[in-house]
Write a protein that binds this ligand. Structure first.
Ligand code: NAD
Length: 242
């Protein structure tokens, strides 16, 4: 996989799966533009960061303006920014709570993809990777908001692939299982929850961010050129035991 000198945009770059993608791509000599609500710990000459809120179109547009000043080619986009469920039953979720999950996980992916794909279209080349979740098809109580956002990512990914394939842009998604990140560390640091979760996985361990990141990097690489519109479940076999 030669990704040296390629340019990638990653949302949610400051933590978890997004941060692992930054690290893996920097190791390959790529240039990374990270977008996140928070400053990253990453310090690397090939990394630059824009504080961006993916739920806010103006915030995305100001990042795009800066990106376009410096780059004419974007080789890939990873839509990693995301938040978890409000953890309430359907009948207790307020409209504001619902909108926050949908606007971060779904609309954020749409907006960033819309503007980055315009740059890719000019170059007739690009790869986009969206992030779904096992909760797009295996459900648990109190996750209606999150499940809806992640199920929609599966559909959006296929629909985006259709619109963009004539421009030689491939769009795929990964659907991670239990992964130790900023989103989940509080739960998985509890030995009881960790054990209970690991018992649900045939391989017996939860994923680390790079377990997911490596599959995302594969989907950005030339090795995946003939995969398009797919969601790949990366869950250690959780789905086959459901
Ligand atoms: P994380 O909390 O470690 O990282 C998410 C990052 O997104 C954070 O840096 C956060 O600041 C950023 N972010 C949140 N809202 C944002 C916004 N409005 N604008 C810009 N940035 C924003 O969590 P993670 O687990 O690495 O999550 C990455 C993706 O993976 C999410 O879409 C999540 O739903 C998905 N996912 C995670 C798991 C898991 O078990 N951790 C499982 C399946 C799917």
């Amino acid at each position: 996989m030669n990704m040296q000198n390629n340019i990638y945009v990653i949302s949610g770059a400051s933590s978890g799966i997004g941060k692992s993608c930054v690290d893996l791509l920097l190791e390959k000599g790529a240039t990374i533009i990270g977008l996140d609500l928070h400053e990253p710990e990453i310090k690397d000459n090939n990394y630059q960061h824009f504080i961006t809120d993916v739920t806010d179109e103006n915030s995305i547009l100001s990042a795009i303006k800066e990106i376009e000043k410096q780059f004419t080619i974007i080789d890939g986009l990873i839509n990693c920014a995301g938040i978890f469920a409000n953890s309430k039953p359907l009948y207790d979720i307020t409209s504001d709570e619902w909108n926050k999950v949908i606007s971060t996980n779904l609309t954020g992916t749409f907006l960033l993809s819309k503007y980055i794909s315009k740059i890719m279209i000019k170059n007739m080349k690009g790869k986009i990777v969206n992030i779904s979740c096992i909760r797009s098809k295996i459900f648990r109580p109190n996750m209606a908001d999150y499940a809806a956002s992640k199920g929609a990512i599966v559909s959006l990914t296929s629909a985006m692939a259709l619109d963009l394939s004539k421009f030689n842009i491939q769009v795929n998604a990964v659907a991670p299982g239990f992964t130790y990140t900023g989103m989940t560390s509080k739960s998985f640091d509890n030995p009881e929850i960790r054990k209970m979760s690991e018992n649900l996985i045939p391989g017996g361990k939860i994923a680390m961010p790079e377990d997911i990141g490596k599959v995302i990097i594969f989907l950005l690489s030339d090795s995946s050129d003939y995969i398009n519109g797919e969601t790949i479940f990366v869950d250690g076999g959780y789905g086959i035991l459901k």
